[in-house]
Design a protein around this ligand. Structure first.
Ligand code: AKB
Length: 315
């Protein structure tokens, strides 16, 4: 069994991916890492270590000592938080990726996973059914770092044969972690407000459509890509993957079927500008063709599932 290291395991994606990887590879072979020791307490089913990904010597020591063969590098500053401290976001997002790619090259690691995002697109990108290849002029530091990161991934694959794989995630919606500083995270927060019986103030306008995906689909997409034979992974920058597209008004209506008294108002802030530069929906034909991607959850199915589990979920 291959040893797998997850960097940023306590985040939104890591919290669920770590469990899925543990089920597949066993707790002895999965090492969850995070900069926050407190956040690691939930990983009692696999190995865990405190790791600051900016400490490249500590990262290398861990990989060598534990004979790690695959790295899932999930740590990043997201879009909304990134705008508060752009240079910090740029340094963390870029330097950490380069550390991981260099390590993969030097130690001849088997596989690397690194998430990209719909944030690589920008205001001049076609908004509907956004193609895999098109104009990309991101206007957030997060988007710029993801776009540059995609170029680095393809570069390390072509020049050094590093088997790095990536998805351009839409907004990921899950109930097992709290919102983490992304523009699409309003669609996580809204469920928490609904079950708490609180009014929800949306920081996006009611008709702002964004591509989104329920977490079980995101985990499936990630594992399908990572388990695909190497020759089927033909895009080494990052794959478009789509699932659902909805607006704040539509997710609100889907929740109101369960909570008829739930209320919403709209107070767009700086995040509206970020969302306006992103696609409404993406064309993921290449992911479907190359390694068989197919999402399972629609908006109402996602809402029904979240509202079934969230009220009794303990963080
Ligand atoms: C964000 O909103 O910043 C992220 C993303 C779309 O990558 N969820």
């Amino acid at each position: 069994m291959e040893r797998i290291l997850i960097i940023g395991a306590a985040g939104q994606l890591g919290s669920e991916l770590t469990w899925a990887l543990t089920e597949l590879y066993g707790g002895d072979n999965v090492i969850a890492t995070d900069i926050n020791p407190q956040a690691l307490t939930k990983f009692d089913y696999c190995q865990s270590r405190v790791l600051d990904v900016m400490d490249k010597d500590a990262l290398k020591k861990l990989v060598v000592d534990q004979q790690v063969k695959q790295i899932y590098h999930l740590a990043a500053v997201l879009s909304a938080t990134g705008e508060q401290n752009p240079l910090f976001a740029w340094n963390l997002n870029m330097d950490s990726l380069i550390f991981v790619l260099e390590l993969a090259k030097e130690l001849k690691l088997d596989k690397i996973y690194w998430p990209s995002s719909i944030a690589v697109f920008g205001p001049n990108t076609p908004k509907v059914n956004t193609p895999q290849y098109c104009v990309k002029e991101p206007n957030t530091v997060y988007g710029i770092s993801k776009q540059a990161g995609e170029r680095w991934c393809e570069y390390y694959f072509q020049k050094f044969g590093v088997d790095v794989r990536s998805l351009r995630y839409p907004g990921l919606i899950g109930y097992k972690s709290l919102p983490g500083g992304g523009t699409t995270d309003y669609a996580v927060d809204i469920y928490h407000k609904a079950i708490a019986g609180e009014h929800f103030v949306s920081f996006l306008k009611e008709d702002t459509y964004l591509p989104m995906m329920y977490m079980p689909d995101a985990i499936k997409a990630t594992l399908d890509l990572m388990h695909a034979p190497k020759e089927q992974v033909l895009i080494r920058s990052s794959y478009n993957v789509g699932a659902i597209s909805f607006s704040p008004k539509e997710i609100f209506e889907s929740i109101r079927l369960h909570y008829p008294d739930f209320t919403i108002s709209y107070e767009p802030d700086f995040r509206q500008n970020i969302a306006d530069g992103w696609p409404d929906s993406v064309d993921d034909t290449r992911a479907r063709q190359d390694w068989g991607w197919k999402p399972q959850y629609g908006l109402q199915e996602m809402t029904d599932d979240i509202l079934k589990h969230l009220p009794t979920f303990t963080f």
